[in-house]
Design a protein around this ligand. Structure first.
Ligand SMILES: Cc1cc2nc3c(=O)[nH]c(=O)nc-3n(C[C@H](O)[C@H](O)[C@H](O)COP(=O)(O)OP(=O)(O)OC[C@H]3O[C@@H](n4cnc5c(N)ncnc54)[C@H](O)[C@@H]3O)c2cc1C
Length: 240
């Protein structure tokens, strides 16, 4: 089926009206927004799924689900680009109602592969990993989450991931990588692919999940191809 036919098929699907019940700024350019179903309704928002809110009246934008309790779902939206979707969620208020297509499910967590997990994201691309990391912990899989952002205050879910690392230190490492760090930053600097120089073997032995904007995904894919990564162990969600 062509990309266009898939798009039309999605638009023919019924929408659900969801109400914004929480909205919170994260760092300089991310809005964390919770959308809640009408009273009495439940939906399964499976791990790795995304919704398509109708913003600006014409073309729906896609946002990955970071949290859910089957009555509501929480998304994190970057508004740094100044586009329609980003501005819509930056300015939306608690009580606003949004028409939602989905959820759509094409970036699942792969259970029982017997391999370590490496999650790579930039910015809001970390959303699906908020729920995948605990699954990896439940499976007792060695796991690394590498998250690229410009500044430390822009790390979404920072305290959540540091907490998971504190509780699962022997199997989970949380590695924020800052592209524009302040002088006091003692962690990794640069881009998410930089930290793998000399650690290529670890990637080759793992399931590698990548989520984020197209340039980051393209860079990571090129790097994995260069080191001879088997594509059947690479799972990708591209934000565009
Ligand atoms: C499966 C999937 C999941 C996704 N999940 C997420 C997610 O969890 N979080 C997230 O943030 N995004 C996510 N995205 C990306 C998201 O769907 C949108 O593409 C993104 O929010 C940009 O849409 P927009 O309407 O803000 O920008 P658009 O209006 O589509 O514009 C695109 C770009 O054009 C430029 N532009 C447009 N208007 C202006 C302006 N006035 N001034 C300056 N530049 C401008 C900007 O560079 C902008 O980013 C996902 C995408 C996919 C496909």
């Amino acid at each position: 089926m062509s990309v266009f036919s898939t798009f039309i098929k999605k638009l023919e699907a019924p929408t659900t009206d969801m109400m914004i019940t929480a909205s919170q700024r994260v760092g300089s350019h991310i809005q964390r927004v919770t959308l809640t179903l009408p009273q009495g309704q439940m939906k399964e928002f499976s791990i790795g799924s995304y919704i398509q809110p109708m913003v600006g009246g014409v073309v729906p934008r896609a946002y990955s689900i970071a949290e859910t309790d089957n009555r509501s779902c929480t998304i994190i939206v970057s508004f740094s680009g100044g586009g329609v979707g980003g501005r819509f969620f930056r300015d939306a208020r608690v009580g606003d109602v949004v028409s939602i297509y989905g959820p759509f499910d094409d970036f699942p967590y792969h259970y029982s592969t017997g391999r370590p997990k490496i999650f790579m994201a930039t910015g809001t691309g970390v959303a699906p990993f908020v729920r995948m990391v605990p699954e990896a912990m439940n499976e007792h899989r060695s796991t690394v989450l590498v998250l690229g952002v410009p500044h430390r205050e822009d790390i979404p879910y920072a305290s959540y991931f540091y907490d998971v690392a504190k509780k699962n230190g022997s199997i989970f490492a949380f590695v924020p990588v800052l592209s524009a760090p302040d002088a006091a930053w003692e962690g990794e600097r640069g881009y998410v692919t930089d930290i793998w120089q000399g650690r290529e073997k670890m990637l080759l032995q793992s399931d590698v999940y990548i989520c984020g904007v197209p340039p980051m995904v393209a860079g990571a894919e090129e790097f994995l191809k260069h080191i001879g990564m088997d594509p059947s162990h690479t799972f990708i969600q591209k934000f565009g």
